[in-house]
Design a protein around this ligand. Structure first.
Ligand code: ADP
Ligand code: MG
Length: 419
């Protein structure tokens, strides 16, 4: 049997495992179940890709992100790993071809959308696979999708326990970057992972400097920040609406900044052209809605600016987390005002979601507000939300660098929330 180091080196071209990767790989190779909590960009994929290559049979990866499956499979194919995917984007003939390869034992990894997995036809294919070439493991990526409390609930994820009932001998590895305690508990319960080993990495991003400012004239504040700290850097500016994305990108362009818009209302061509420029060139600013960023792996994003409040701490953490993946100093800079709170609150209230879901969304927004108003260490505040301890006094956030007298906004916020 190949060692995990050999595979890391020979197939993926890396010299060293990062953080807990090695222990996770060893645990799964040995047939254990695992729940992996690691921040985005930390390297969760290798934790199931390497065991899939080492163990007999095919690694079956459940992923909700159809748009990213092609990218993942292309990247693996370039490394000579035999990978393919099955989802609704394939025509019947192609799906048939992939299925034949799978049953012939010609694949190391197969990515599948959760709805496909639950389809009785596919379950019987898995039966045949299990009796033939074998199933190396089940990887459940983005496992927080199983949780109502998570920010990305996918009902099909609830049925994934079928895999365990049908193939009890196949190890399972569930992975997520959403680490708050209620989500974690729900993942364990819903996926029957009570006996899985939990690998919990720190979610701290010590190189990110967090700052939260009162919104006055957002654009001017932004330009002041860019002029002073990022005259030539790559960065992302998040806005709530498509209109404010367009408006801010235009405003920056008019003032000589290399800024581009990105939102779901732009054509596919424009979006992918802008994304390519951002990834390949340096010093480009992407002004975007939250539609931008999933699966973006650019190490030297030097700043993430929020001109509007995100919807939750998870959103804030995920979006700001795109800064400084290379470990070098980076800024997470945000302006927020009570107007943001009111409009987000209205969006929740007037949405289509169930009352239960709306309650969750209001709680999440309130948690984020509490964070914004807090005068405590920001690194500590973020980690506390995710259930992790941090000693505070990070020396790398606004509150630690310039302690302010407690600003009592509670009354104002209460007023805004009650209207
Ligand atoms: P996640 O799923 O946790 O967000 P990925 O698995 O997509 O993260 O990995 C993020 C990036 O880190 C990828 O570009 C990957 O190649 C890289 N990476 C992962 N593990 C290592 C390692 N041990 N050494 C170097 N680069 C790594
Ligand atoms: Mg991932």
């Amino acid at each position: 049997m190949q060692s995990s180091h050999q595979v890391l080196h020979d197939v993926f071209g890396f010299d060293q495992f990062r953080g807990a990767q090695e222990s996770i790989v060893e645990h799964v190779v040995a047939g254990g179940d695992a729940l992996v909590l690691m921040p985005t960009g930390a390297g969760k994929s290798l934790c199931y890709q390497i065991p899939s290559l080492i163990r007999r049979g095919v690694g079956v990866v459940v992923s909700p992100l159809i748009a990213l499956m092609q990218d993942q499979v292309d990247a693996l194919t370039q490394l000579d790993v035999k990978a393919s995917f099955l989802n609704s984007s394939l025509d019947a003939a192609t799906a048939q071809k992939v299925t034949s390869q799978l049953l012939a034992g010609d694949l190391d990894l197969i990515y599948v959308a959760p709805e496909r997995l639950m389809n009785p036809g596919f379950l019987s294919i898995l039966d045949r696979l299990n009796e033939g070439p074998g199933i190396a493991l089940f990887a459940i990526d983005e496992a927080h999708c199983v949780s109502q409390w998570g920010h990305d609930f996918r009902p099909e994820y609830r049925q994934l326990t079928v895999l365990h009932e049908r193939f009890p001998a196949v190890p399972r590895i569930a992975l997520t970057a959403t680490a708050d305690a209620p989500t974690r508990a729900e993942i364990v319960e819903r996926l029957s992972l009570e006996s899985a080993h939990q690998f919990v990495s720190s979610f701290d991003r010590p190189n990110i400097r967090y700052r939260v400012l009162q919104k006055q004239n957002a654009k001017q504040q932004l330009e002041h920040f860019l002029d002073a700290e990022h005259p030539n850097d790559s960065g992302i500016i998040y806005c709530l609406s498509r209109r404010s994305v367009e408006d801010t990108a235009q405003w920056l362009q008019d003032r000589g900044w290399d800024a581009m818009p990105y939102h779901a209302g732009l054509s596919q061509e424009v979006r992918s052209a802008n994304q390519k420029r951002f990834l390949r060139e340096e010093g480009v600013i992407m002004v975007a809605t939250v539609a931008f960023g999933m699966g973006i792996d650019k190490p030297n994003v030097r700043f993430v600016a929020h001109l509007d409040l995100p919807k939750s701490m998870e959103g804030y953490y995920q979006e700001t987390g795109r800064a400084g993946r290379d470990g070098l100093p980076a800024n997470a800079w945000m302006v927020y005002g009570l107007g943001d709170v009111v409009s987000l609150r209205q969006m929740v209230d007037s949405g289509e979601a169930s009352e239960d879901r709306k309650r969750v969304e209001r709680q999440k927004l309130n948690a984020l507000l509490g964070f914004c108003e807090s005068t405590d260490c920001r690194h500590q505040g973020i980690l506390r939300y995710f259930g992790e301890a941090h000693p505070g006094n990070c020396g790398n956030c606004d509150n630690c660098l310039e302690p302010v007298e407690t600003w009592n906004a509670t009354h104002e916020v209460q007023k805004a929330l009650s209207c």
